[in-house]
Ligand binder design. Sequence first.
Ligand code: GLU
Length: 330
Amino acid sequence: MSAEPNSSANRYEGVIQSLHQLHEKYKDCREGALATYIPELSHADPNWFGIALADVNGHVLEFGDSQIEFTIQSVSKPFIYGVALDALGRDEVLRLIGVEPSGDAFNSIEMQKGERPYNAMINPGAIVATSLIPGKTASEKVEHALHTLSEAAGRQLRIDENTYRSESETGHRNRAIGYFLRNLNLLDQNVDEVLEAYFRQCSVLVTARDLAMMGATLANMGTNPLTGRPVLGLETVRDVLSVMFTCGMYDFAGEWAFRVGMPAKSGVSGGLTAVVNRQFGIGTFSPLLDPMGNSVRGVRFCRDLAEAHGLHAFNFTNVGSRFIEATLGL
Ligand code: GLU
């Protein structure tokens, strides 16, 4: 295991200790199973466990396998939803994609009142959001998506062609969702082109450190703390965080909000991004998933960190809203 705090290590001693302890606590946990429905994901090493925290000033703390690359999968969804909101505005996007938790699996083919996807954190809504990315062709949309994800991470990201191919060859259920959306007039474009862009957006390679920085970009009102460049608009960030809070953790979203209390999004490759608003982003990676599709270690780590430092959005001490000052004495 490696502890790689950056140069401001001294100021962060208490937090480093906490992250170190929690990494130690869960590094030998073997509960959960690798995702197999995208064949390429089953090749992950179950031992991988990386955690990172990035604050709104761009300081990063990271432990374990925080620099191992894996495909972003559904953690792309809040950011692509953000792209759609920035491009079309809230009213138009709301007409096409709801903001209600579905209570169903991420790949469920059900629609809210039979009319529109429940939300953009699960596949039907995410596929509509991908169709709303500016660009006529799949490659224009992919370029736009990759640019936004890279700007949020603060470095140039790339696509893992193997995982893309693996999902494209086996993604029949997502194709079914795509054609159903087309039938409901929620997609007005070539379904295969939209799915091509969706599969590629899910196959962007990131690390736990990237996910922490992407979370920090949301925490920092849409501006990447490292580059200082705006990535998503202010109102968009508010909408994205709201939907992450209520719908970001599959069928565990309610219990996550109850126990952990942070906007978050997880993906089936084992990544998780959580946001303590105006303070910092958390990124975790561990590919062993619980039956709902969330990373076992990622969920436990965030739950314990939130408990230890009062990070729940509605914690009665409200320490979460001034974590940096409270913890670091800044
Ligand atoms: N690419 C995956 C799919 O659409 C993403 C699923 C997820 O991470 O929730 O099936």
